[in-house]
Design a protein around this ligand. Structure first.
Ligand code: C6P
Length: 414
């Protein structure tokens, strides 16, 4: 039976608060981070209250329980994204760390002067700066697939992509959903195009993993990264998926306990993936919290979540388009969009809009959203962003639109 999303708010303790002035919280900053259901909070408490112990190193009851739960979390992630093998799942601190891991480890082993790393103009800094560091180190070149279209219908230029995909391209790293535009890229198609020139692919799924089904085998990607905190899970835990055959060819990127086969004074050897890439005590508790978050999302059904979030964002885009002096980014109002709406109000700086909306109890994000080169290209210093998740409601869109109308009037808009 489809989930009744209106009942879900009861599962999220943080939503049951009023802010100064008695205003209910309208939380529309979900692309930055999402709230955690009681099931995730309870899983974390249970671990610390009953099982807390280090993993892999002990033979006592608590350590064995913690080790089993950590392994079960890894297997759950593999199932969540349809990976062939739990060994293809590396726990990280989040999307940013996953990209850095590949950029450092894979690039050190494979990238040569003259090689090309291909990115797009809609990448978050987390899928740009790590590649700059890696490419500059070896003398490789970064190239960018341009975005095309007018303000209201931006997307990747696929003809330009095909021109840019030369045999010099060794890896193509791109976002699934833009955190600023709300545009969804066709991952399977982009991966297939890259494969034709022998380039590997890395997919930044930070904005999609908690919203829609992901199947790494159907998508045909080589690496995929995401963050637990953007999908009802804890902060400080994330995932790097890598194809097994690839992972076992990569050198470690950090050294320490847990990742070695044998250590001598001068040399060491490594365990295979995933341990090779998880030096030191792992984030056991949050992996277990992420397991609970995945169970929660799959009980609701990710197709239903995607439909809910997308419908809210589309309704918001239509409602906001009516506001005089607003400039909406991403898909045209009325067209399908991922669960966020980014916009600029004439005569009002994004930070002022966010501050005024906060007085109405509405949590938005304003700024460059870690997309500075994209903002420059769009000729905008910043935008305001409303982003939706499974606990948001249509009534909250009405509140948002009324607040924005008031703000627009205050700043001298029509
Ligand atoms: N975007 C936002 O408000 P981390 O910080 O590692 O969990 O995720 C980084 C990241 C990578 N890629 C995309 C597409 C993202 O949206 C983010 C995080 C937040 O948009 C914080 S800037």
């Amino acid at each position: 039976m489809p989930a009744d999303f209106s009942l879900l708010r009861a599962d999220f303790p943080v939503l049951h608060q009023t802010l100064a002035g008695g205003r209910p919280l309208v939380y529309l900053d979900n692309a930055a981070t999402t709230h955690k259901p009681r099931a995730v909070i309870d899983a974390l408490s249970r671990f610390y209250e009953r099982d807390n112990s280090n993993v892999h190193r002990g033979l006592h009851a608590l350590s064995m329980r913690a080790t089993d739960s950590y392994g079960a979390a890894r297997a759950r992630v593999a199932k969540f994204i349809n990976a062939a093998d739990p060994a293809e799942i590396i726990f990280t601190r989040g999307t940013t760390e996953g990209v850095n891991l590949v950029a450092q480890s894979w690039c050190a082993a494979n990238l040569k002067p003259g090689d090309v790393v291909l990115l797009t103009e809609m990448e978050h800094h987390s899928n740009l700066v790590p590649w700059q560091l890696a490419a500059h180190r070896v003398g490789a070149t970064l190239r960018f697939v341009p975005i095309v279209g007018d303000n209201a219908e931006l997307g990747l230029d696929l003809d330009a992509l095909d021109r840019l995909l030369t045999p010099q391209v060794k890896i193509f790293a791109f976002t699934h959903i833009s955190n600023t535009l709300g545009v969804t890229n066709n991952v399977a198609d982009l991966c297939a195009r890259a494969r034709r020139v022998g380039a590997l692919t890395l997919v930044d799924a930070a904005q999609s993993a908690g919203h829609e089904p992901l199947d790494v085998r159907a998508l045909g990607c080589d690496f995929l990264v995401f963050s637990g905190h953007k999908m009802a899970g804890p902060t400080g835990i994330g995932v790097l998926y890598g194809r097994r055959a690839l992972l076992d060819t990569l050198p470690p990127w950090q050294g320490g306990g847990g990742m070695i086969a044998n250590v001598d004074w001068q040399e060491s050897t490594w365990k295979p993936a995933p341990e090779r890439f998880e030096a030191g005590t792992p984030n056991v508790a949050d992996a277990i919290g992420l397991h609970a978050a995945m169970d929660y999302l799959d009980t609701l059904g990710r197709p239903a979540i995607a439909a809910h979030d997308g419908t809210l964002a589309s309704c918001a885009a239509v409602a906001l388009a009516e506001i005089p002096g607003i400039r909406l980014l991403g898909p045209r109002p009325g067209s399908p969009r991922a669960g966020l709406v980014s916009f600029a109000l004439k005569d009002a700086h994004a930070h002022d809009v966010v501050t005024f909306a906060d007085q109405d109890g509405i949590a938005l994000r304003g700024g460059h959203h870690c997309n500075q080169p994209l903002m420059r290209k769009l000729g905008l210093p910043s935008t305001v962003r409303a982003s939706f998740y499974l606990y948001n409601t249509e009534a909250e869109i009405v509140t948002l639109a009324a607040s924005l109308r008031r703000i627009q009037k205050f700043f001298g808009g029509a």
